[in-house]
Design a protein around this ligand. Sequence first.
Ligand SMILES: [Fe+2]
Length: 470
Amino acid sequence: MRKAYQLGFANIEDELVIDKLSVTGKLPEWVEGTLFRNGPGMFKAGNQDYRHWFDGLSMLHKFSFKAGNISYANKFLQCKAYHEAKENNRISYSEFATDPCYSLFDRVKEIFDPKITDSAKVNVARLGGKFVAMGEPSLQMEFDPDTLNSLGVYTYDDKPKQHITTVHPHEVDNEVINLTTRFGRVSSYRFMSRPEGENPQLIASHKVKEPAYLHSFGLSPSYLILTEFPYVVNPLKILFHAKPFIENYVWKPRRGTRIFIFNRKNGTLVKQFEADPFFAFHHINAFERGEELYFDIVTYPDPEIIQSFYLDRIRSEGKKLPGGQIRRFHADMAGNKDISYRILSDEAIELPRFDYEHYHMDSDYRYVYSVGVNKAGNNSFYDQVVKSDLKTEQAKIWHEKNCFPGEPVFLANPNRKSEDDGVNLSVVLDEANGNSFLLILDSVTFTEIARAVIPQPILFGYHGNFYLNN
Ligand SMILES: [Fe+2]
């Protein structure tokens, strides 16, 4: 049976430039700036299909708010993986869960010179004043914020082909910190820092025999938090490219989840904990109260969520997605107690956002904004936006029939009176009308203020960020 959200996994290759979107409702006057979004633009090259939600080639989207209007533009990231797919009508580069169809000759060539994708599709960041499209292979791509044209590769390290990076760097005090994994005879996790205008520096490293798949990490005022789920890989399999990237990883729950906590200033390993086995993509926030360290993560009992995102399953199954659960971990950094956690949300969530600019590493932080799957419905993809109150453990929900929202980016009102005084911006697929719209929610009441209609669908994306005009 055709699923209502199929349109979000189609091929929408038209590149648009629209000066003024049709808006219903009234935009808040204080919202001035640009929302950049990243995600897949096509799931086909010629007659070859990509296999997984995380495979499609990157398309950038831009919504600019100015004087009560919203303009829109979208453009494929101009990278080798995209150009070769278009020129050759076939998949030419390895993505998250799809490899090109190799001849024997190609297979041997691939071992010595792997064609790892440069289609940086997962997030957008402003690093040292440069706008960068981010992907997990360490080939990030700088782009022009006005035209969305690509400006060339941006890397963190000197051997980009040998390692991967998270797409969730932390930006504090004009410094960008990220976690990379280097595969080799001796593999290692490497926390890199890139102070504005300087070259990347190694700030902590940890040797590892079988690296885990890591999508984010925690940063508190004193610590770097590395949560190593037991979803691990023999590094030789990555180096010799035995299978598509993610299919080399194996779930080994008996290892448990290892939590490494490093001193942020000198890079030493301060504590190591072992927790029950679990999997996660996203750390949310981390903060300290005296010697007590707290960090919040959207957790799953295992990595089944990755299997759930294979396109044949998304398109055919009626099974609900595994639901992410907010766990707050507590580590006593002065004592010998084990790590503990408690659950802070009853709603199944993913793609969490909070007011990072003001509440990152702040214990007063209270609200998490995310997508989720409606409990009462039959949809097996994200069909609601959720505001979780971590203090009351209650949630507010925006849900509309046949609508499928993306990550709700939070933007604070500059004259706000409370943490949640602001708006959430979410790109929503409107299946009934065959297009998408940008939803603008009042973050306090979690009700719609306005929507701006795009005359075509936008495929389900991953992450993005809003940047104020300056
Ligand atoms: Fe992510």
